[in-house]
Ligand binder design. Structure first.
Ligand SMILES: C[S@@+](CC[C@H](N)C(=O)[O-])C[C@H]1O[C@@H](n2cnc3c(N)ncnc32)[C@H](O)[C@@H]1O
Length: 356
């Protein structure tokens, strides 16, 4: 090791690492605040409240709530008045932390624990290189469904559907729609409810996700949507759909090239493929200024790349990037591709691809 260390550089990095330690645990505590309903409970108080009052409002143990509040106060999430030992969640923070808030980042904080649940398998995978299977992750589909409710379902009508010109009119008139890698099916169910004359199908590899999707569809009583646990690698449907959607479901495939070719074959000649994919540049140097780059590369390493590798795939990773996505769409038989960025979603590109 070199003896000529730059002391200022070392101190600055030590400060950064202290921030990393604080923020990593704060993320876990934020996820707990979401899951236990503590942020929602605090938001119902217009003024400062004691730990006992907050615990009573949330129906939780006061001792746990007080310790949680300690992390929230020292972490700058909750304000504290030492004179009366009272706590306050400012509305500006509540806008980013409560269930009702469209930009709820507390729900996204759950990813830290989801990824951590596979740590032992990941440590082994770093050595053997063969990836980690879906089953290793605790609560993956549940957290994914919450993410999807915010980034896809909430923006479907106003922002996402208009990306495909004329689509809303066609959906209203009645078309066939397939969602590949549909997960818990929230997007498809929202579409099926909004467009009763169209027919919707969702396929996903995970029986657990498909069970959740079917239960949700039954809860809403929507007759025009069905879900099946199917591997898209063997889709084998031809000119059957007017629209195929893929929300965050291509880069983690075991055979993404084959799935894209299957999607192309499943589309009717005037159909469209709407693909939501992570907005990486495809080059590490190009991602340096991305505000969420470490988060996205981390999720990619600990999940997206790993699950693809586990099933014999190329492990494209979440940050595979626009250039590669466009090249793969071209190779799969798509012609014109429109790539859009939407204001509600800093993380994804929306590709609209049409058969040649
Ligand atoms: C990141 S999740 C996205 C889920 C959903 N589209 C959403 O936005 O909530 C990717 C989904 O693709 C599914 N998947 C991966 N490979 C698949 C395959 N070969 N066939 C079917 N589904 C697959 C996974 O089970 C997972 O539910």
């Amino acid at each position: 090791m070199s003896t000529a260390l730059d002391a200022d550089k070392k101190n600055a990095f030590a400060e950064k690492m202290i921030g990393v330690l604080n923020h990593s645990v704060l993320a876990l505590m934020t996820a707990l605040g979401h899951r236990t309903g503590l942020f929602d409970a605090m938001d119902r108080f217009a003024l400062h409240a004691t730990a006992r009052e907050i615990a009573a409002e949330a129906g939780l143990s006061e001792r746990y709530v007080r310790e949680w509040l300690g992390a929230m106060v020292t972490g700058g999430v909750v304000e504290y008045d030492p004179s009366g030992h009272t706590y306050y969640l400012p509305p500006e923070h509540a806008e980013l932390l409560t269930r009702e808030a469209p930009g709820n980042m507390a729900a996204s904080a759950q990813w830290v624990a989801v990824l951590g649940s596979a740590e032992d398998e990941l440590v082994k995978a770093f050595a053997h290189g063969r990836g980690v299977r879906y089953g290793a992750y605790n609560r993956f589909h549940e957290v994914m469904a919450e993410e999807s409710a915010r980034t896809v379902v909430a923006a479907l009508h106003e922002l996402i559907l208009p990306v495909v010109p004329g689509l809303i009119g066609r959906l209203a008139a009645g078309i066939d729609v397939l969602d590949v890698g549909c997960g818990s099916g929230l997007a498809l169910i929202a579409l099926a409810r909004a467009f009763p004359d169209s027919r919707f199908v969702g396929y996903d590899l995970s029986p657990e996700a498909v069970r959740a999707a079917r239960a949700e569809a039954a809860r809403w009583g929507v007759p025009n949507v069905r879900f099946e646990d199917r591997d898209l690698t063997n889709l084998n449907e031809h000119a059957a759909y007017d629209l195929v959607t893929a929300f965050d479901a291509i880069h983690d495939q075991a055979q993404p090239d084959r799935v894209l070719a299957n999607v192309r074959a499943a589309l009717r000649p005037d159909g469209a493929f709407l693909m939501q994919e992570i907005a990486g540049s495809g080059h590490l140097a190009g991602d340096l200024k991305h505000p969420l780059a470490p988060f996205l590369y981390g999720i990619s390493c600990m999940h997206c790349m790993s699950v693809s590798l586990a099933y014999g795939g190329p492990g494209l990773g979440a940050m595979w990037g626009r250039e590669r996505a466009l090249a793969m769409l071209r190779d799969a038989g798509f012609g014109e591709v429109d790539v859009r960025e939407l204001p509600h979603d800093l993380v994804n590109y929306y590709y609209v691809a049409r058969p040649v």
